[in-house]
Design a protein around this ligand. Sequence first.
Ligand SMILES: [Zn+2]
Length: 344
Amino acid sequence: MAVDYIYDAAPPAGEICRMDCVPGQTIGWIYMPLPFALDHVNLWLLGDPDEGPLAIVDTGIQSGKSKAMWQDLLATTRKPTDLLITHYHPDHIGLAGWMVEQLGCSCYMSAQEIDQARMAHAASDEDFASGQTTWYRRHGLDAERITEVSSLGNTYRPIVSGLPQDVVLLSAGETVSLGGIEWQVMTGGGHSAEQICLYSQQLNVLISADQVLPRITPNISLVWYKHGGDPLATFLSSLDMFRDLPEDVIVLPSHGLPFRGLHPRIAHLREHHEERLELILRSAKQPVTASDLMPVLFRRELDPRQLMFAMGECLSHLRLLTNSGQLITESIEGVDHFRVATAA
Ligand SMILES: [Zn+2]
């Protein structure tokens, strides 16, 4: 079922678009371009246009362009006092260190997200290369592709300006006042460990971050630096936290256009993963590796960065199927192979 978009298009880059669907236009939408296949991220300015405190949600990546854009934006408005970072991915946290320095603002995050950010930021190129080489070898990628991926080194640090020293920790169930608005803090796993979403009953608005997106499905990866757990099962169960939100809640996603239709969209996300799981089960009558499944799940050429996301996504599905007993794993010459549990 299609979602119900509230606007036909995003605002021009570098402007604060006051959202007239929100009472008092107390949310400003900032569209920031990104130099990736996913070519933008939505950032939010919370608070009354004319008076009271202002808060920023997410920053975009570190780059000369995004800094210049923020400098122009901040020249047109009162000084924000608070910054909330939804999760540690670079398009959300990239300028957090810089922003705190510029504004002297407080920075709010969840505990697991700041820990993950600090770990990724501190890792050396060699840590990345050796961790990835071991991981992708174990999952059947050929040497040439492993070199392509591992030679990227630490892809995180160059697009993150540094991290705030002091962070105000938030956790699920708390209420926080940002931009003079009371927000209920929700956190979801799967896309990242403890991603913050914000819900305002008063405004009937959900800032969904990357947990629910209108057009693409959030990347759910089992990754080399954190390969315990079951991120897809975690993600699917985390969607239950939205169950009691109103049918007509306005959803502000980090990518794509604001929309109504949260519940149909969540149903669609669940179906998408069900289909993927089915497809893998059909493909695993004989033992297969994650690498074997790349052309089955992704029918396009993948550059090294996309290959990392694709392998992670495939492995999260394999993990769920293994944990639920539908697949069994065996290591053949050091490479993990998966096959349907009932197959001869
Ligand atoms: Zn993300």
